[in-house]
Design a protein around this ligand. Structure first.
Ligand code: 13P
Length: 245
């Protein structure tokens, strides 16, 4: 059985003062039929993970090492100590802002596994790649490079986020999402014995008004949501759409 996941990536937004959003999600979804995950900035993980049940709290990145001379970085173990049970790795903003490569992302995923975190590994093509017809080959390179051989349905979630759909209000057509998700599923099945059971999320301008259509696509097991996850009032309808999919 694949886990269905409604995941919010708050990016560089929010502090411990955003507790009211977690409280509102708890009130609206006391007994959710899907996994609900919020990934706040690292500085807010400890505060927001207190009494967060049934909301899961995750990090947005981790270092490959457990500790050491890496100023400004945070290890997977530190995320666990703060109360996280998931971590996003390889988000396109980290690939762009911090020159992260698929090889580094695979190392980060392995660091997450070693700490007992589930890794949400992000992949997705740029607009230029979409327009020149290389989407599926870009996805293949990213899957091959960023997913460790030790990935399983227990420790890994794959998030397909077309870079051009992130924060733009533009989404691929439902057929385009279906094509890429079917392609990723085939690759996961071929490479991993439990690839059929790995959860596969779509991300990029998901909102309450398009969530149900996206969740009806085969092989879409949930969403990784940016802007529309910041407020419980916006995120809750997306969670409900996934519960009813
Ligand atoms: P938006 O939902 O704001 O487009 O962001 C998507 C995203 O990058 C989630 O990781």
């Amino acid at each position: 059985m694949r886990r269905k996941i409604a995941a919010g990536n708050w990016k560089m937004n929010g502090t411990a003062a955003a507790r009211s959003e977690i409280t509102a999600l708890q009130a609206a979804h006391p007994d959710p039929r899907v996994d609900i995950l919020i990934c706040p900035p690292a500085t807010a993980i400890a505060a927001l993970s207190e009494n967060a049940h049934p909301i899961h709290i995750g990090g947005q990145d981790c270092h490959v090492a457990t500790h050491g001379a890496h100023t400004g970085d945070i290890s997977a173990q530190m995320l666990v100590a703060a109360g996280a049970d998931h971590v996003i790795v390889g988000h396109s903003e980290r690939r762009t802002d911090h020159q992260e490569t698929d090889a580094l992302i695979a190392q980060k995923a392995q660091a997450a596994y070693a700490a007992g975190l589930k890794a949400i590994i992000c992949i997705g093509e740029s607009l230029a790649e979409r327009e020149n017809g290389s989407t599926l080959s870009v996805i293949d390179v990213q899957l091959a490079g960023a997913l460790p051989d030790t990935a399983t349905a227990q420790n890994t979630v794959v998030a397909y986020e077309p870079v051009w759909a992130i924060g733009t209000g533009k989404t691929p057509t439902l057929d385009q999402i279906a094509e890429v998700h079917a392609h990723i599923r085939a690759r996961l099945r071929a490479r991993f014995s439990d690839g059929e059971n790995m959860s596969l999320l779509y991300g990029g301008s998901v909102k309450g008004s398009n969530a149900a259509d996206i969740f009806a696509i085969p092989d879409v097991d949930g969403a990784l949501v940016g802007g529309a996850s910041l407020k419980a009032d916006d995120f809750s309808p997306i969670i409900s759409a996934l519960e009813n999919a």
